[in-house]
Write a new protein. Structure first.
Lengths: 172, 789
């Protein structure tokens, strides 16, 4: 039911997996980003969402994940200017950040990739475009270059409690 | 010698010899003709064992010694038997309770006594040497000599007055002489014991049990239970001192506690408990009469124990001196109380103020005892202790299953109605229905699992009332009704403090002094009735006293004095009574250690509000008052009103909803910036839910303010919430229904959402936000204040 598109690294069995890190490829708009697999709990279908007034920035609402109420952060809003409606490809990635769990709304899931240390480069891109401040690493796979998202930065971006002024801006 | 044979012989010796000894002692002390067959059997047994030993052992002399003793024993036994017949005929065989009288009585027949002692000594000789038959010959003789001392010691153990008096080397005859002075020595003995008790011992003694956290935890939980049992049973004992069953129960609990404390090396507890156990033992054997003074000392002991136990929970010794209480208990055991109060007052441990011992109030009249007795014995329960966290997980999972069930049902329905071409079959439908029914049952039971009888919280009040009534010199009886009513465990834990406060208030302010009561033609003994009963989804706890009640006029005067209300304010009687819940209000003329500081009722109401309950007062001036507390059965499930505003659903906890009304927009009046509505002579500030929740902004529409006609409908729904005295109206678009729901926290990210206290998952899996009524009230109030300025 999770509809993971693409291969699950099936043809790379020969590689030494202790040296690699795995990432989930996700789509925001048409752009692919990666998210470390350690922080992801699961991927669920788009869910009935409850709007929360005066919620932190980019938090679309709350969802019910088997009895636990989680905030859902709209990555599409955060990384682009997504005003388009959710479509059938939309998923919610349930991710852990420190000791709490959030849902990340994305436009789609591509596949799980395994990358070695050589294929990763620690790189922050400050103010180099929308969403670039959320990226902590760059991955290089052949010609393909993707940003690796940092969950703590995503959560910080929503401006929880300690960013009072953000709250007010959002509310007005 | 075969080790196995040896071991068997030894164990047999150990079994037979003390038995024989006991029987001999019995016949010696009671003078009753004893069961000869038993004695003969035992003696024969002993002899056979000796023969066996003889065969096994190489030591000729020892064997000869044994042989000698055995034959002497036999002959002595014959003589002993004769003596008993003699004494029986001479009328000396009167049975009596005190060992000492027995001994002095037996002095009349010194010869026989001597013999009896010798016989006993002989027996002990055997006992002493039998387990060590292979001892070298030379030592064997010595050990026989030594065994005389051993015999005396053994005798002493069974006969305490002789015990202390007998130096190791005295012969039985000397011992007998000393017995005649037993009176002084008895006292001396006790004095010596007390001397030892006066030495302060270390509170703890580390051992491996103590270091094991899970063992320690078990100990703490168990002792908590035991302490509670002790408290309850001792109170029962006071009411009914002659009831054997109760004292046995007290004794058992005390003994278990002592044993456990000893095992864990908590020497302080062990010692206090030991003394208490001694006292209970005397009561049990009817050597000591229970009266309120004894019970007072015991309660002091329990208070000290509680302090010690708290120290264990905190993980460090508290340094409470156990000497005073040990001494007090020792004195109590001798029936002396005069000095007790001063000494125990020095002990810093008393949790509740202890009344002075000297002017002990007379015990409650006996006609009331019957009522307490009627309280039925706690039913035998077999229980299992479960971690509350684990239980919560289970409750949550069941909640999930309930949601799944409703999904199943809707899928089944869909299949049947929308896809007639698919044969669903009755089997499937039946299963879904059955599943639903089972789910309902499971849900019911799982909710009951958390429930405990409220009696757990009530029982300690008997003690509280007793202590207070004694310290105030009032006569108060507490009757408890409906302790079986069940309530969520966390609620039972949290309702205790407010209830204690209310009961103290009843004792202090409500019930009058006995002479005043007599003047008013009431029974000098005041009655406080504490009752609990289930009323639908709520539990109603009532505290009814037959004291003087509250005079609304006095409350009003006080409130005006303290500036809580203005002089000309028009208030109903109920409103006035409710003023006592205002912070800083107190009617007590002077501050006592029980009440009068004016913080109490305010705190009580706050705590009850926290438990989503309500509190109500009712007073009959001169005839007492009734406090009614209504609590929801559980905090996990909250009855809520679902409302809709701009397409979003919100839940308002029903316990804060007063009423819902329909008003016409043209009746809304504007005071400055805020909208108000005149509801039955009261001005009701209004807030617009969609405005509070910024729903209009989301919809990118112009903000429509309350009071302006919105052409939406000619009637508006207003939910009146908050405190009955100063309610707030929330304007909503639609009232949906009333539903039970489980309120859940929304996690750290969503903690600071204004006006939202949490989320709840509804039957279909959707989340609704639960409104934070106090916050909404604040918005309404701050508006009206602004406009007033």
């Amino acid at each position: 039911m999770f509809n993971i598109v693409g291969e699950l690294d099936g043809d790379h069995n020969a590689r030494d997996f202790s040296q690699v890190r795995q990432f989930i490829g996700l789509l925001v708009e048409k752009e692919e980003f990666l998210l470390p697999i350690e922080v992801t709990n699961e991927i669920i279908m788009m869910h009935q969402m409850t709007y929360v007034p005066r919620a932190p920035k980019f938090v679309d609402g709350v969802i019910n994940l088997r009895g636990t109420i989680l905030p859902a952060i709209n990555l599409r809003k955060m990384l682009g200017n997504a005003s388009t409606q959710f479509n059938g490809q939309c998923r919610i990635i349930i991710a852990r950040c420190e000791d709490f769990t959030v849902g990340l709304i994305v436009d789609g899931i591509t596949y799980v990739v395994a990358l070695s240390q050589e294929e990763l480069q620690v790189q922050t891109l400050k103010n180099k475009g929308t969403g670039s401040e959320l990226i902590s690493m760059i991955s290089k796979r052949g010609n393909q270059i993707n940003g690796v998202l940092d969950i703590t930065k995503i959560v910080a971006e929503t401006g929880i409690s300690y960013h009072e002024e953000d709250l007010d801006e959002d509310a007005v | 010698m075969d080790a196995l044979v040896k071991a068997t012989i030894e164990s047999l010796c150990k079994k037979t010899l003390p038995e024989t000894l006991e029987q001999l002692l019995l016949c010696l002390h009671s003078g009753l003709p004893l069961d000869d067959e038993d004695l003969v059997y035992n003696l024969k047994e002993g002899r056979e064992l000796l023969t066996l030993l003889l065969q096994a052992s190489n030591s000729e002399t020892t064997a000869a010694c044994f042989q000698d003793s055995a034959s002497t024993l036999d002959s002595k036994h014959e003589r002993a038997k004769k003596f008993h017949i003699d004494s029986a005929t001479s009328g000396n065989s009167r049975a009596s309770e005190e060992l000492t009288t027995d001994l002095s009585k037996n002095e009349n027949a010194p010869l026989s006594d001597d013999e009896a002692y010798a016989l006993l000594a002989e027996m002990d000789n055997m006992e002493g040497s039998a387990p060590a038959p292979q001892a070298p010959q030379s030592q064997s003789q010595a050990s026989l000599d030594m065994d005389e001392d051993e015999a005396m010691r053994l005798l002493a153990e069974m006969d305490e007055p002789v015990a202390v008096a007998t130096p190791p080397s005295v012969t039985p005859k000397q011992a007998l002489k000393q017995v005649s002075h037993h009176e002084e020595e008895h006292a001396e003995a006790l004095f010596e014991l007390d001397d030892e008790a006066l030495v302060e011992i270390p509170e703890w003694e580390a051992n491996e049990f103590q270091r094991d956290p899970s063992m320690l935890n078990d100990f703490i939980v168990n002792t908590d239970e035991l302490m509670q049992t002790l408290d309850e049973t001792i109170l029962q004992l006071e009411q009914d001192p002659s009831n054997k069953k109760i004292i046995e129960e007290v004794f058992r609990s005390a003994h278990t506690l002592k044993g456990a404390a000893g095992m864990f090396g908590f020497k302080g507890i062990e010692r206090v408990m030991h003394r208490m156990e001694n006292l209970f033992d005397l009561i049990r054997k009817e050597k000591l009469l229970t009266d309120s003074r004894t019970i007072d000392v015991v309660f002091q002991g329990l208070d000290i124990l509680r302090t010690l136990l708290t120290a264990i929970k905190d993980g460090k010794p508290c340094g409470v001196a156990t000497v005073p209480i040990v001494e007090a208990l020792g004195l109590a055991a001798r029936g002396k109380y005069a000095a007790t109060s001063k000494k125990s007052a020095a002990a810093p441990a008393a949790v509740t103020p202890e009344p002075a011992r000297e002017n002990s109030a007379p015990k409650a009249p006996s006609e009331d005892d019957g009522k307490v007795q009627k309280k039925k014995e706690p039913k035998e329960q077999s229980t299992i202790r479960v971690d509350l966290e684990r239980l919560d997980v289970l409750v949550n999972l069941v909640g999930e299953l309930v949601i799944d069930r409703s999904r199943f049902a809707s899928i089944e329905n869909e299949l049947r109605t929308d896809y007639p071409q698919i044969k669903v079959g009755s089997n499937f439908s039946e299963t879904v229905q059955l599943f639903g029914r089972h789910m309902n049952e499971i849900q019911d039971i799982i909710m009951k699992v958390r429930m405990v009888p409220i009696g757990n919280a009530f029982n300690k009040f008997t003690r509280v009332v007793r202590d207070i009534s004694r310290s105030l010199d009032k006569k108060i009886e507490l009757t408890i009704l409906g302790e079986d009513a069940e309530l969520d465990k966390t609620m039972v834990e949290q309702i205790g403090d407010p209830l204690i406060h209310l009961i103290r208030n009843c004792c202090d302010h409500g019930i009058e002094m006995p002479d005043v009561r007599v003047e008013k033609g009431k029974n000098p003994q005041g009655v406080i009735k504490l009752s609990a009963a289930q009323e639908g989804n709520h539990i109603a706890i009532k505290i009814i006293d037959d004291g003087k009640g509250i005079d609304p006029a006095v409350i009003r005067r006080k409130a005006v004095e303290k500036g809580l209300i203005s002089d000309e304010a028009v208030l109903t009687e109920r409103d006035i009574l409710n003023l006592i819940f205002e912070p800083g209000f107190s009617t007590a003329e002077k501050v006592t250690n029980l009440s009068g500081r004016g913080v109490g009722m305010d705190v009580v109401r706050r705590q009850i509000m926290k438990l989503k309950g309500t509190i109500d007062l009712e007073s009959r001036l001169g005839f007492g008052m009734t406090v009614t507390i209504r609590l929801p059965l559980t905090l996990a499930i909250v009855q809520s009103l679902l409302v809709k505003s701009r397409g979003e659903t919100f839940a308002i906890p029903l316990n804060s909803v007063i009423e819902s009304i329909r008003i016409s927009p043209k009746d809304i009046q504007k005071v400055g910036d805020s909208a108000v509505y005149k509801l039955r002579d009261n001005v009701l500030p209004l807030v617009l839910l969609e405005e509070v929740m910024s729903l209009a902004i989301r919809d990118d529409q112009t903000v429509a303010r309350a009071g302006k006609s919105k052409n939406r409908s000619d009637r508006l729904f207003v939910v009146v919430v908050g405190h009955p005295e100063h309610p707030t109206g929330i304007i909503v678009d639609q009232l949906l229904n009333q539903q039970e729901m489980v309120i859940k926290p929304m996690g750290p990210l969503m903690r600071n959402i204004p006006c939202v206290s949490g989320g709840a998952v509804l039957g279909q899996g959707e989340v609704v936000l639960v409104l934070d009524v106090p916050e909404i009230e604040n918005i309404g109030r701050s508006r009206s204040r602004q406009s007033a300025a």
